[in-house]
Design a protein around this ligand. Structure first.
Ligand code: BTN
Length: 330
């Protein structure tokens, strides 16, 4: 059932620069004008700027800089209707929530989102900075029932699909730092963490979490993040409608998952990866177990492994880990 606040947001968006009378909204929703006023206060708390003029009504002046459940419900009505969109104002980790819901038997795919995380997880056991309410924290839950072998380059494909979506939406060209960091220029804008529950030969449950700096100001965060991170807002020089961007990303990630399972991605994957590959031709240092590998990155192979050509001309294939760009790489 569509919530009253989501129906109000829809009415305000549809009326654009004109005012909507409180009496009309009250009649439309079958509630009192006082109840409408309370909903408007809730929406303001969510970050909507709503002008109220006596004898004219309400007008939407500014959409929120952070995620808003009623706005997302307006933008993703089918998902909301089917209870495939789980929203928290605050949670520990959306990846953790998605895992729990999968374990409880919830129908997949579904998406868990939060305005803020108190225990956001990053790759390799790191923490993900998640207390800024103007960024995106979302986890996608799937039951692929496919072999780990078959799903091997799934996260890379999603990373490339996220970059394509960001480029289409913002006009900026992001970069992918293998395996799945989204960068802009020489700073990190987002990351993807995939966690799976595997039995003998199948991935039963898969959670793909994405964190994206959207309207925040990482330059004000403590070191070293202030030097390493960037937001879309900083890169664009203006704030972004995070809820519209999120709705578009959600649709494109769900579509990318479908095309991956159907195998339709195969023809497109290589070209898409190369379009955004930030490391190609650059000097990198990586670890293969405890061994340090240094050389020139040369794209990925058919299994999604990073090719590094060492000084002696040997090609080393990396299947996991972290890569750093060597100083003076550009
Ligand atoms: C990385 O280390 O680059 C991956 C970061 C992934 C962070 C996202 S935020 C939403 C989801 N929930 C989490 O706890 N982590 C992922």
């Amino acid at each position: 059932m569509e919530s009253a606040e989501s129906r109000i947001v829809k009415a305000l968006l549809e009326s654009g620069k004109s005012h909507v009378a409180g009496s009309r909204l009250a009649e439309f929703l079958g509630v009192s004008r006082v109840t409408i006023w309370t909903h408007m206060e809730n929406l303001r708390r969510d970050g909507f700027s709503i002008e109220a003029v006596r004898n004219k009504g309400y007008r939407l002046d500014h959409v929120p800089d952070g995620l808003s459940e009623p706005y997302l419900h307006c933008l993703l009505p089918e998902l909301a209707e089917e209870s495939r969109l789980v929203f928290h104002r605050q949670t520990g980790s959306t990846n953790r929530d998605a895992e729990r819901l999968l374990a409880e038997g919830k129908d997949a795919p579904f998406v868990v989102m939060a305005r803020r995380q108190t225990a956001g997880r990053g790759r390799l056991g790191r923490r993900w900075q998640s207390d800024d309410e103007s960024n995106l924290y979302a986890s996608f839950a799937f039951r692929p029932l496919a072999t780990p072998e078959r799903m091997r380059d799934f996260t890379l494909w999603i990373g490339a699909s996220v970059c394509r979506c960001l480029e289409e939406e913002s006009g900026l060209k992001p970069g992918l730092k293998w395996p799945n960091d989204v960068w802009f220029g020489d700073r990190k804008m987002g990351g993807i963490l995939t966690e799976a529950k595997v039995n003998a030969d199948q991935i039963l449950e898969l959670v793909l979490g994405i964190g994206l700096n959207v309207n925040s100001a990482p330059a004000t965060w403590p070191a070293p993040l202030c030097h390493e991170a960037v937001s879309l807002r900083e890169a664009l020089g203006r704030s972004v409608d995070i809820n519209r961007l999120t709705a578009t990303l959600v649709k494109s990630i769900l579509k990318a998952y479908e095309s991956f399972l159907a195998g339709d991605h195969r023809d497109k994957f290589r070209a898409l990866w190369e379009r955004y590959d930030l490391l190609h031709g650059r000097e990198v240092t990586a670890y293969q177990g405890t061994e340090q590998v240094t050389g020139k990155a040369a794209g990925i192979d058919e299994h999604g492994r990073l090719r590094v050509i060492t000084g002696s001309g040997e090609t080393v294939l990396l299947s996991a880990g972290d890569v750093t760009l060597r100083p003076g790489w550009d």
